[in-house]
Ligand binder design. Structure first.
Ligand code: GDP
Ligand code: ADP
Ligand code: 5GP
Length: 213
């Protein structure tokens, strides 16, 4: 099928902790070779199932501050008592190569990215079907201490205040349905006119074919 050269999509997925954005992101990567994860730097402790450099770049506070001061971070924020930030270097390079980038950032990160990159961004907010289910998911994930789970549950209230900053909202009841919805959002974002870089010359070419009839 005909494919134009295109500029990548910055796909931002945000949610209260435990609503399912990592699960949805994982499903997306399995199904699509043209999307890359923006691997954040964080000062939070690594969970047992996380790999340094793949899920996050795990750094100490001193190193994080240095990255910030050196302008290496596109955005950064304190979330649940830890620092998180998006390394700048990968982003421009992947977008120009026509790859899409998935950002798992909180609402503060989303707002900072809007300032510099609104036209490249498509943003999705994930809600849990209920708070009872949100708590159950945080507990089932079994990666965080009881205190951490309580903090995350309380912070869910603040994160949810920002749902209106997002282009799309999905209530994550069934994981497969939610993943399919995000794939649909990405598929239509890829077809936006301004992302299809060769369109002007393609249309000119069609017109010149008419002229030479
Ligand atoms: P989980 O998303 O609940 O599994 O927990 P994480 O520890 O992975 O993420 C904690 C919070 O930090 C979430 O709200 C993320 O969206 C946010 N976060 C992760 N990476 C970044 C980042 O690079 N920048 C910003 N601003 N927030 C981030
Ligand atoms: P987040 O990245 O938003 O913090 P996760 O993707 O880690 O959330 O999901 C939290 C927990 O909930 C995980 O144990 C995951 O397997 C589970 N989960 C995610 N989505 C669903 C869903 N639709 N139905 C049931 N469990 C889910
Ligand atoms: P977790 O500690 O559960 O991996 O992530 C907690 C929160 O931090 C999530 O809401 C996640 O989206 C956010 N987060 C992760 N990386 C970044 C980042 O680079 N920037 C910002 N602003 N938030 C991030």
């Amino acid at each position: 099928m005909m494919e134009f050269q295109r500029r990548g999509v910055m796909l931002v997925i945000a949610s209260p902790s435990g609503a399912g954005k990592s699960s949805i992101s994982r499903a997306l990567f399995g199904a699509d070779p043209n999307i890359r994860l923006s691997v954040s730097a964080t000062t939070r402790a690594r969970r047992t199932d996380e790999v340094d450099g793949k899920h996050y770049h795990f750094v100490d506070v001193a190193k994080f501050k240095r990255m910030q001061a050196d302008g290496e971070l596109l955005e950064s924020a304190e979330v649940h008592g830890n620092f998180y930030g998006t390394p700048r270097a990968q982003v421009e390079q992947q977008l120009a190569a026509g790859n899409d980038i998935l950002f798992d950032v909180d609402y503060q990160g989303t707002l900072q990215l809007y300032r510099s990159a609104r036209k490249d961004m498509v943003t999705v907010f994930i809600l849990p079907p209920s708070i009872k289910e949100l708590r159950a998911r945080l507990e089932r994930r079994a990666q965080d201490s009881v205190g951490t789970i309580e903090t995350r549950l309380r912070n869910a209230r603040i994160e949810m205040e920002h749902f209106e900053d997002y282009d799309y909202v999905i209530v994550n009841e069934d994981l497969e349905t939610s993943s399919q919805r995000v794939r649909t959002i990405l598929a239509s974002a890829r077809l936006q006119r301004q992302r299809q870089l060769n369109l002007p010359s393609f249309v000119k070419d069609l017109q010149s074919q008419i002229d030479s009839i």
